[in-house]
Design a protein around this ligand. Sequence first.
Ligand code: KIV
Ligand code: ZN
Length: 386
Amino acid sequence: MSTDKVQIFDTTLRDGEQVPGCKLDTAQKLVIAQQLDSLGVDVIEAGFPVSSPGDFQSVYEIAKLVKNATVCGLTRAVKNDIKVAAEALQLAKRPRIHTGIGTSDSHIKYKFNATREQVIERGIAAVTYAKSFVEDVEFYAEDAGRTDNEFLARVCEAMIKAGATVLNIPDTTGYCLPEEYGQKIKYLKENVKGIDKVILSCHCHNDLGLATANSIAGVLNGARQIECTINGIGERAGNTSLEEVVMIMKQHPYLDLSTGINSQLLYATSQMVSDHMGMPVQPNKAIVGANAFAHSSGIHQDGVIKNRETYEIMDPAEVGVTESSIVLTARSGRAALAYRAKKVGYELTKLQLDEVYCEFLKFADKKKEIKDTDLHHIMKRTNVAI
Ligand code: KIV
Ligand code: ZN
């Protein structure tokens, strides 16, 4: 069956690195960029070259290193930003300049003290100037989530005429509801002249925990690029999480949407980014959290031991996790105890299991989790040998 490809635009090294206290040096960025390229992302946003000499250097080195993905640099709608980004990207096989300007009334009034017309003019000038350096120019309408659709459509039309190849519709403040964000994309698809010549991109922030849902609503309504980060890191509550959107599309094949991501590298990539940034992954994080494939209640454990599909919608191996784990706690039942005991070498008869289970519960009520060392101790107390 043919599916529509959704481009994965990874901004771990730009929007993701805006997390306070998580700065990466050039060597760390190069290691992560290489991993992102192997993971199969379509675009790596390597940084914001004009922001500092270090960021310029990182973008320059990443552009030189990356073999497959498009390498992108962020700019404001400012001539010097664009010139510096073009310099940083000069060695990229596939360079992209990502330029743009705020389009919501509050950005126009408070950030720029300008008019809507002036903002359109600045956008056109930025896209036209970026086009003088590279073919691939992405335009972002910052705060598009709170920009009225009619004006946003005018902005988009003007940027297509100026030569933009991708139009980024950021929900910068993470304010939109999925329905609303999806309708925004649909409105643009239906009302902007020339829209089929460009790719519409979703760039959603997670202030209300809706970044993933909004990005999926966007692609269901015609967007074909998602901007995201590993582990969902980024400004404030973060960006759309790459691993979530990728696995949503993979686990729902009837959507006919696919990506070029090798999902088996997701877990290793998540760990790598977490280690370099010194930012632990929350245990209950979907797909890559320590508990994403851990089962701890007796009812669930019994089901999973009989057949994984009872409580798992994907095979952990698909995301690079070796196997699901059965965690022993006071909520575990006999099936889980027998399963873990067998894993560490004890084949229990029914009678032995009853005895060991009684002893196990006494321990489990006092501890958060029964580890293998505790299990050996319990076996010893009940005279069970390997
Ligand atoms: O959130 C946002 O609007 C951004 C733009 C700069 C693309 O990160
Ligand atoms: Zn952002």
